[in-house]
Design a protein around this ligand. Structure first.
Ligand code: NAP
Length: 249
């Protein structure tokens, strides 16, 4: 039986991915900052572990407790939408700590076992915003574009060890708690700077215009992660969701 370890499995894409891999008969190590067993169907193939990807000790303990794994899904992430001028440096650091350094630290933690066994797949969930620049997303996009670059380069040095590196690029998914979490933080940090009011207005107007026709659903992302985990001939970068697929052209 194969094992997947998923970060940020408490909601959204991570939760949906944990459910899909359980349905497919995999052993699932669902990790979350605050473990909540009741959100996943009970299964003897499921382990729920505490993991904060910004904490080295938490990473070491979770990877040790998980035992041998075949696939790591770096899904944990936080969002942010604001002008560069409206983004305090502690927010910049938090975004990179979770989205970028957390992904790198988790990859480092599993590579020794992957390299020794000459098998393993690391799947990094980034974002379709790295395919098309959008105003107010400079810092978030930078944190995710760094992961794309990290993945592409690490893949080259891991190829001789038969370790695969993949990128899944979801589009905009308004149904997960991602937007609400980001919105609360933006409000808590003082909102958008007045000088950027018209930029903010045009960004929201564009999303309004797009409506809910071309968006991403959690299941699109889970399916893309499944493909990345199980199909060695799949491309290194896989867009997930109608909008992301359209962008990737
Ligand atoms: N939704 C979108 O529009 C969208 C689009 C493109 C890409 N993405 C990316 O997709 C991934 C999942 O997003 P989602 O939409 O499913 O959002 P979500 O529902 O907010 O889920 C994010 C998950 O990350 C976890 N997390 C945050 N900080 C963490 C940390 N330090 N350590 C461990 N876990 C942490 C959260 O855990 P807690 O419950 O503990 O907060 C939560 O489980 C993220 O990497 C995000 O950047 C999202």
């Amino acid at each position: 039986m194969k094992t997947v370890l998923i970060t940020g499995a408490s909601s959204g894409f991570g939760l949906e991915t944990a459910k899909l891999f359980l349905e497919k008969g995999w052993r699932v190590v669902a990790t979350m900052r605050t473990p909540r067993a009741e959100i996943l169907p009970p299964s003897e193939n499921l382990d729920i572990l505490a993991l904060d990807v910004t904490n080295a000790d938490s990473i070491r303990k979770a990877v040790e407790a998980a035992g041998p794994i075949d696939v790591l899904v770096n899904n944990a992430g936080i969002g942010w939408l604001n002008a560069v001028e409206g983004t305090p440096m502690d927010v910049v650091r938090d975004l990179f700590e979770t989205n970028t350094f957390g992904t790198i630290a988790m990859t480092q933690a599993v590579l020794p076992q992957f390299r020794e066994r000459r098998q393993g797949v690391v799947i990094n969930v980034t974002s379709s915003v790295t395919l098309m620049p959008l105003p107010l997303l400079s810092v978030y996009t930078a944190s995710k574009a760094a992961v794309n670059a990290f993945t592409e380069v690490a893949a080259l040095e891991l190829e001789p060890f038969n370790v695969d590196m993949k990128i899944v690029l979801p589009g905009r998914a308004p149904a997960t708690s991602f937007g609400d979490t980001a919105r609360s933080r933006i409000q808590a940090e003082g909102g958008f700077p007045e000088a950027y009011a018209s930029v903010v207005k045009s960004v929201f107007a564009k999303w309004e215009e797009q409506g809910d026709t071309e968006i991403t659903h959690a299941d699109d992302v889970a399916q893309a992660i499944w493909r990345a985990a199980t199909d060695p001939s799949s491309p290194m970068s896989i867009p997930a969701g109608a909008d992301a697929v359209a962008l990737a052209g």
